[in-house]
Design a protein around this ligand. Structure first.
Ligand SMILES: [Fe+2]
Ligand SMILES: [Fe+2]
Length: 174
């Protein structure tokens, strides 16, 4: 994730600076927060979409909002956990789209990226939606692995020191 990427930040900035969007910083997800996860998914998807000559602006915005469901999914063990996990997998993109539509003006492509990112639950209609769905899965696996290593290896915990997004603030004047 490169905050010096002016092209990315010009499109992402207005969303990132939104107060509701910032709430994702406090919701844990895989290894870090939902905020860090969507930032990574958005940036990696944007790089692919840009190189492929696709709609990279919609890719950035859709990816930033793809997990904008704003609740913490409880993973503590209980009998209903598999049912609840399935419900969450199916419904969180719908909730994300509802929240995003409330705050931002979205085009068809952005809506598709959000609501269809959980392939095979829903099949993406656009190339940009496929990119976000695949990048999301790829990074989720990486994040789960990092989480697993951190909880099982002291050495890994000490070595792993990511740059926090909180350390960098986007200045709209730039
Ligand atoms: Fe998701
Ligand atoms: Fe995601």
């Amino acid at each position: 994730m490169n905050f010096a990427d002016h092209r990315f930040m010009k499109v992402a900035g207005p969303l990132i600076n939104n107060k509701e969007f910032q709430r994702m910083k406090h919701i844990k997800h895989h290894d870090e927060s939902v905020y860090e996860h969507v930032m990574n998914v958005s940036y990696q998807s944007y790089k692919i979409a840009y190189k492929a000559g696709l709609n990279w602006e919609a890719t950035i915005r859709g990816a930033l909002l793809h997990d904008f469901y704003l609740y913490k999914f409880d993973k503590t063990f209980r009998l209903r956990l598999p049912v609840d996990a399935l419900k969450h997998a199916v419904m969180h993109p719908v909730r994300a789209l509802e929240n995003a539509s409330r705050l931002f003006e979205l085009n068809e492509l952005e809506k598709d990226i959000i609501v269809r990112h959980m392939f095979p639950v829903r099949v993406p209609r656009y190339k940009e939606s496929w990119i976000v769905s695949m990048v999301d899965k790829y990074l989720a696996v990486q994040e789960y692995y990092q989480n697993f290593r951190k909880t099982t290896s002291k050495k890994y915990r000490e070595q792993y020191n990511p740059v926090s997004f909180d350390q960098v603030r986007y200045n709209e004047a730039n």
